[in-house]
Design a protein around this ligand. Structure first.
Ligand SMILES: [Zn+2]
Length: 235
C-alpha cells in the first residue's frame, strides 16, 4: 500500500511504541494545524495570546505524561468555538474568550477540557479510525507528496471531522479531567460552573451560541455532573 509507505508516521501511530506513537501524533497534528491556520484568521490580540499562553502553560505543567506538549492559539471568529488537534494543538476563538469574560478560571476549564480530549487520545483515535477507513489516508498521501489542495480537503472533511461530536462518554471524561487539571494548576474550579451556567442561560435566548456547545451534552447536565467534583476539589 503506497499510501501507508509514504506516511510512515501514521504507520508508526498504528504499530509503534508509545514514544513513536506520540511523535507520529505530533507530526500529524502539526500538519493539520498548518491547514487550520491557513483556513482561518488569527485573533491578532496580544492580550488574548498572552492569556491563553499563560493558562495553557500552567495546565501543561500538571499533565503527568511529560512527553506531551501543548500550545493554544486564538482564532478570529464570531462563533464561540474550541478545537483539539492530535499532538497537542488547541485552537480557541476570540468569541469564546470573550464569552468567558477573559476570565482565567473559565478559560482554564475550556482549555483543560480540550487538552483532556488530546491526553485521552479521543482526537487521535478518531483520526486513526478515519485513516483505517481510507478517508484520511488520501489526505496523508497528499501531505506526503506535497501535492494537491489539502486545504480544500480539510475544509470539506477534516474540519467537519474535527468539529463533529465526540461520544457522550468522551465528553464526560474530558469535562472531569479538564476540571481536575484546572484545579491542580491552581485555577478556581468554580469557573467551570459559572461558565456552564452562563451558557445555559444564553442558550435559551441565543441559538447562535453555535455548534461547539450544541455538540456537547447540555450545559445543565454538564454543570450538574461537575458540581459534586467541584465541591470535592475545593476542599
Ligand atoms: Zn468536548
Amino acid at each position: 500500500m503506497p499510501t501507508i509507505r509514504k506516511s510512515k508516521w501514521i504507520w508508526d501511530g498504528l504499530t509503534g511504541t508509545e514514544e513513536e506513537a506520540i511523535r507520529a501524533e505530533a507530526a500529524f497534528g502539526s500538519a493539520l494545524a498548518l491547514e487550520v491556520r491557513a483556513a482561518t484568521k488569527s485573533a491578532n490580540d496580544l492580550e488574548i495570546t498572552a492569556l491563553l499562553g499563560g493558562v495553557c502553560g500552567r495546565l501543561s505543567g500538571c499533565v503527568r505524561n511529560k512527553r506531551r506538549a501543548f500550545r493554544c492559539e486564538a482564532l478570529r471568529d464570531d462563533s464561540p468555538n474550541a478545537m483539539a488537534l492530535p499532538g497537542g494543538f488547541i485552537f480557541v476563538t476570540d468569541a469564546l474568550v470573550e464569552l468567558c469574560g477573559r476570565n482565567e478560571a473559565e478559560l482554564a476549564f475550556v482549555i483543560g477540557h480540550e487538552m483532556a480530549h488530546i491526553i485521552r487520545e479521543h482526537a487521535w483515535n478518531r483520526m486513526m479510525k478515519e485513516a483505517a477507513s481510507g478517508v484520511l489516508s488520501r489526505a496523508v498521501s497528499v501531505i506526503a507528496a506535497r501535492a494537491g489542495p489539502l486545504g480544500g480537503w480539510l475544509r470539506e472533511k477534516g474540519m467537519a471531522l474535527l468539529q463533529s461530536a465526540y461520544s457522550r462518554d468522551n465528553e464526560q471524561d474530558a469535562d472531569e479531567l479538564g476540571l481536575r487539571l484546572a484545579a491542580a494548576a491552581g485555577f478556581a474550579p468554580g469557573g467551570a460552573i459559572a461558565l456552564l451556567q452562563r451558557i445555559g442561560q444564553l442558550g435559551q435566548q441565543h441559538a447562535e451560541l453555535g455548534q461547539y456547545f450544541a455538540s456537547h451534552p447540555s450545559p445543565k447536565e454538564r454543570k450538574a455532573r461537575l458540581e459534586a467534583l467541584c465541591r470535592q476539589l475545593a476542599k
